[in-house]
Design a protein around this ligand. Sequence first.
Ligand code: HEM
Length: 562
Amino acid sequence: MVYLPPNSALDPAFWTPQNILVASGTALLALILLVIRYPKDLIGTSRRSHNVLSLPSALPLLGDTLLALQISFKQKKLLDEILYHQHRVGKGGRPVSITFPSLGARQYILNMPQYVHYCQKTDFETFAKGDNFHRRLSDLLGEHGIFVVDGEPWKRQRKMASHIFSVGNFRTCVQQTIDIDLTKMERLLNNVARENVSINLPDLFFRFTLSSFSQLAFSADVECLPETVQGLNVRNSFADAFDFAQLVADERFVAIFPLWFEHFTPTGFKMRKALKTLRTYCYRTIDLRLSARARGENRGAVDSKNGKDLLELFIDMGLSRKELLPVVLNFLIAGRDTTAQSLSWFFLEIASHPEVVQKIREEIQDSFSDRLNESHLTYDDMKQLPYLQAAFYEAIRLHPAVPKNIKQATQDTVIRPYATNDIDGKRDLPGGGTKEPLPDITIKKGESVIWSDYVMARMPEIWGNDCAEYKPERFLETRDGKTSVRQFSQAIFHAFNAGPRVCLGQTLATYEGMAVIVAILTNFDIIYDYEKLKTDPPTFAESLTHPIQNPYSVRVQRRNNH
Ligand code: HEM
């Protein structure tokens, strides 16, 4: 027999009508107090910083859980939602607060360059990748991958990797590698033109960047860039697994169930398979190199000074086979996806801007006459094509390869945006900035800040009323009769990130992208299926990066300048 103390609520005799009334009244009062405390917030979150509004759809005690659920079930897209609410709730560039259960505490959406500048430069140490990133991405990108770590491990990797991005390397190894792959791509496109077939253009760019980056960073020929049309039918298992794993990892930021739940779902099963494919693929590259080293062979010749490529540099740091895996994966995501996606969006934008194609061709013609029929764009040639670079950057501005980002506060702090629109001492907010001063925001340790370069590109306060239009001219300036690419503050043209963690590969991506565009537009006319583009307009898939969900196909015709 269980002993129940007298008057215990577990004793049925306790529940007299009077006690039921008292208990219900107390519960109701507690609920009312909680609703007053969390009128639009998830229970347990801190008080919102004054002057910061929340979403109108937020519910008492649940915060934005319903929105997270809709995004999780693909009824809504996170980027569209941030854009929508920035224009309404955050009109004038004001911050907006949300409470998503998966991210624990409160999150502040800060899309003005003044805030981004503060978090990424002024108080860089406080706004880290943190637990949010690490817990969701470490199975894909490793415990110590450059994209997921902070502090010393990040600093060491960044310093080491920066060696392969030296100007000396560009003039030698980078140029040579790109040159070889451009020749392959041209042979393929000649065959596509001859056979008059249509090909998936974004897929071609993924193949190009995977091939060239694997060669550059790991001296590995991954044989994914064929010269024949038939070769395009061979799927690349690494690419498929990588695309899938990124989609899943991205969903983890909005999932309403705990992370371990994924393990028991079909997605979890497929994810484990994908991760296995990725590991097998990367270990093949690593093992080949380690055994070559064991035989005393020096492979890898990207770093002109030391005759070492990225993989060799990291092996020299004493990293084990297991520790090299995230290096390969992190750099592949950086080197393959971003540039390929930027090219895919660029070629989509110019489909509806023939005048841009015309101007690019004129610029190439004026600068190089017919030289580019025989050879490819060199690193030093880039300077002579400001219009082309502007056209490429404008596509990257509108379709940034990393469309959203999140940082977590490592301590309590106050974000103090600049009082003026003058960022980095450059008075250059093209949209004129904000009329009202932006509010300071009090942030508690563990809370997050989110910004979206995709949304920032569409904010009139930053880029002007024509912000959503594709206009390369906004990246051009003319001084003393000479036209050059306009340099914005990193926090304004933010697609390549800002501050100490600014993208390491910006010059590589710019050179590679421009070289591909020159090779294609000089030699081929692209024939788009305008009917299909109208009925099935390409849109983005939500992922860690910014792929096209429904890639488009094109045919090509050899230009008659040959
Ligand atoms: C158009 C192409 C590219 C864009 C738009 C881009 C953009 C970015 C962005 C936004 C970040 C910050 C990511 C974060 O905070 O998590 C980043 C970081 C990085 N990018 Fe790029 N990237 C591009 C191409 C490349 C290429 C080709 C490489 C070559 C390896 C590269 C290497 C890196 C690395 C290593 C980092 C990490 C930097 C750090 O955390 O210190 N990127 N990039």
